[in-house]
Write a protein that binds this ligand. Structure first.
Ligand SMILES: O=C(O)CCC(=O)N[C@@H](CCC(=O)O)C(=O)O
Ligand SMILES: [Zn+2]
Length: 344
């Protein structure tokens, strides 16, 4: 049984990696009174003994090769279990896809971050391990939030790194809020994490953060913390702000942030999503062209079979270009500076 090792080392990451798709639940109490509950592989819940106000979900390894967020969450979990820090809020940590960490790949069979909001069971249904796991992750997050009285504060930060370099190194995706305004206090929270660039989505998605936002009313984001690197090659100093801010969120009764100032942010809105529909799909630019690179109106961006996608407005900029996605999936987002200022 892994429980004694977990109590001693706090190394839940290694335990999860040794048990790729499932792990027997267990629970124990720390000497400071915090209840530790392992729900499954990669899924660990902490409940302080003292009264709490917030329910916080922190996920990483939804893509297994995005190692910096995994290292950050690993450290936070170890700090909680070894009592270097004392939690003041309820927290659920998720290493989304331990099997894909072990092979150093984005996913094993299917991109986990396209399987939420019930997508796992559509079409051919629960035919692979990622689909089954997405369904379980939805259940754990739902149970974590809904087991408490209503009206408590909920948030979910899904930590990633981008495949390409980015002109704006760290950025967040604000899931579509179905017309509701964006929140200054969330933008301020991101800024405290060292993230000053935010993309406002304009439509529903099958991502983990959209699920928590849309179905569970959490303040939720996909947060890109830089470029994908193998374990040991991340410059961990560049994550000090995000580690310190997450630690403060978890260990303080109230997180006080500086006043919102619009000039501190670069805000974008999605202009369009371009899907790959043909085997013969390519971009007009090379792999080292960074996210947020803008194109002149009329310049070719992508070719999908016979269809040519050219920039429709000056400065239309590329995000997440990936020509290898499965047919029917998003191969590119384009963004323009945010026009609407519906921020409260
Ligand atoms: O760099 C890339 O191409 C992908 C990085 C990544 O995994 N991004 C997320 C964004 C999710 C969202 O749109 O909220 C993803 O593609 O799943
Ligand atoms: Zn990712």
């Amino acid at each position: 049984m892994y429980i004694e090792t977990l109590k001693k080392t706090g190394d839940f990451l290694s335990i999860s990696r040794k048990n790729e798709w499932s792990l027997n639940p267990c629970s124990f109490e720390l000497s400071n009174g915090t209840l530790v509950e392992v729900l499954d592989t990669g899924v660990i819940q902490f409940t302080p003994k003292t009264a709490t106000q917030k329910d916080i979900v922190l996920s990483s390894a939804v893509h297994g090769n995005e190692t910096a967020p995994i290292e950050i969450c690993d450290e936070l979990i170890q700090n909680i279990i070894t009592q270097k820090i004392t939690l003041k809020q309820r927290a659920l940590f998720i290493f989304g896809n331990p099997a894909s960490i072990n092979i150093g790949k984005r996913f094993v069979t299917e991109n986990l971050n396209r399987l939420f909001s019930g997508e796992h069971s559509k079409g051919e249904g629960l035919v692979n391990l990622e689909r089954k796991h997405a369904k379980k992750l939805e259940q754990y997050v739902t149970q974590f939030f809904t087991s408490q009285e209503t009206g408590r504060y909920r948030c979910h930060y899904d930590l990633h790194t981008a495949i390409r370099g980015s002109k704006n190194e760290k950025f967040a995706v604000y899931p579509y809020l179905n017309g509701k305004p964006w929140k200054k206090h969330q933008l301020n929270f991101l800024l405290a994490c060292g993230v000053n660039t935010v993309l406002m989505m304009k439509s529903a998605a099958t991502t983990f953060s959209y699920f928590a936002s849309n179905e569970l009313g959490a303040d939720a984001f996909t947060i890109e913390l830089g470029q994908v690197r193998p374990f040991g090659e991340n410059n961990m100093a560049s994550f000090d702000k995000v580690k310190n801010t997450l630690t403060a969120l978890l260990t303080l009764e109230e997180l006080v942030l500086p006043e919102y100032k619009s000039e501190n942010f670069e805000l974008f809105e999605v202009y369009r999503a371009i899907n790959r529909t043909k085997e013969d799909f390519s971009f007009s630019f090379s792999d080292d062209v960074e996210n947020f690179t803008g194109f002149e109106k009329g310049a070719l961006m992508a070719t999908d079979g016979d269809k040519h996608y050219v920039a429709e407005v000056d400065g239309e900029a590329i995000i997440f270009p990936n020509a290898q996605v499965a047919l029917g999936q998003r191969a590119l987002l384009t963004v323009i500076p945010l026009l609407s200022k519906n921020i409260v």
